[in-house]
Design a protein around this ligand. Sequence first.
Ligand SMILES: Cc1cc2nc3c(=O)[nH]c(=O)nc-3n(C[C@H](O)[C@H](O)[C@H](O)COP(=O)(O)OP(=O)(O)OC[C@H]3O[C@@H](n4cnc5c(N)ncnc54)[C@H](O)[C@@H]3O)c2cc1C
Length: 501
Amino acid sequence: MDSSSPSCSVVIVGAGISGIAAAKELAKSGIEDMVILEASDRIGGRIRKEDFGGLTVEMGAGWIQGVGGRESNPVWELANRSGLRTCFSDYSNARYNIYDQSGNKYPSGLAADSYNKAVKSAIQELRNQEAKLHGVSTVPSPESPPSPKTPIELAIDFILHDFEMAEVEPISTYTDFGEREFLVADERGYEFLLFKMAESFLFTLEGKIVDARLQLNKVVRELQYSRDGVTVKTEDGCAYNANYVVLSVSVGVLQSDLICFRPQLPKWKTEAIMKCDVIVYTKIFLKFPWKFWPCGPGSEFFLYAHERRGYYTFWQHMENAYPGSNILVVTLTNEESKRVEAQSDKETLREAMGVLRDMFGLEVPTADRILVPRWWNNRFQRCSYSNYPIFATHQDFEHIKAPVGPIFFTGEHTNERFNGYVHGGYLSGLETSKALLEEMKKGQKESSLVEAQTLLLEPLLALTESLTLSTQQEAVSDLHKWDLTRQMYLNGKMVVQDGVK
Ligand SMILES: Cc1cc2nc3c(=O)[nH]c(=O)nc-3n(C[C@H](O)[C@H](O)[C@H](O)COP(=O)(O)OP(=O)(O)OC[C@H]3O[C@@H](n4cnc5c(N)ncnc54)[C@H](O)[C@@H]3O)c2cc1C
């Protein structure tokens, strides 16, 4: 460890919901000497509001998903306690509002038929994959369903696979917390929930965090760790010593080379990190001088059917959340997201306007403003959320969240049941801080054991000091408590964490 650097018990890397939840829990248990290092200039991470033409829009997480079930979603509880304004979303209407490239709406019967066919075929495909995964050769595997070809089939396939059935069924969020979803529509933003958490343990003044334990614009580039603790080095040349680190960066960041680990992470850890897929999910906001889209009941979501899958397919108007706002949102995913991130906003506006004029006619006015988030090219994110492949195992999750020496991993990607969601991030922060507190307690017990052994050895030391035999003198004078600790490690009396070799 670098002896000239400031020291503390815990450094938390990242101030998203998992990092802030972990910090709050540690503070609640009396761990006050902590530092939170955040690469960007704000807290919130993938929960991020933006001012857009005088209104607050959510560039990252927008919904509280999983409400109204047998258990209460903890994020829904936080939202209620903070009086966050939300608005119920009914996605199911999207499948009946499908437009072709000439602006005709597909008849609802045809849309419903295509939808039911696609659901059946998606379920069949999942069964096939599961059978293949479990090597079921005795049961004849049914034929693969035909892949979607027509624009309407492609549009439905997109909403099914990139939205409704993006996860393997059953989806814990819906089975545990309920199937309802609420859009956050609050001027203070979804991130207000993080501020409320932070204000319970950090000093705030006039709605701002003014506590030196939160350090913004601190990009962590190196974690040098050993049994004695961790030295955390940041891009601006600072170093911090800590007994432990809670690392809450996204799996996309872990897959990149932003943070260098010394020594390198063990193979089981890097394999688990690389096995996790990521989703890029982009909500593009467009503000118009007036609205030209239908706004009655059941019209909030609509689809554009195009021969290119995912090409400006999924649309939402913001009239339910913010009446009179004249804002539309179109969602792109993965390759389309990356393609749009790489081009100018002007080009994206041109494409989006082409699609809107296909659907609603040439007289549609050009948007006054456009907002295009870039999650993939943000080196502090490198994804929107994790997406585990169907063949991911329980052990993969165990590995991705297991500590390596004094480094504890947290974040939505470490939560087996709720990865990908805000509540997954929140619960992972709580879980990781509990595991760390346990480890700290164990460490305290072990160091008091060492103290006790040192005390027991003192009479022996006194006795040996009175002896004049030089060999005995050398042997004893070399003995101090750190040697005892090392001896205990070597004798296997203390747990040596995997990866600290
Ligand atoms: C577009 C989009 C839409 C989404 N929609 C929803 C939704 O509707 N509902 C839902 O439940 N979830 C949604 N999610 C997912 C949800 O936002 C995330 O699961 C959750 O916010 C992740 O929290 P986290 O604390 O794990 O990670 P993060 O929020 O990513 O926090 C990690 C923090 O670490 C910081 N960091 C990274 N690298 C470094 C470094 N080297 N040094 C210091 N700091 C670093 C980052 O800046 C960040 O602040 C969405 C996400 C996106 C992007």
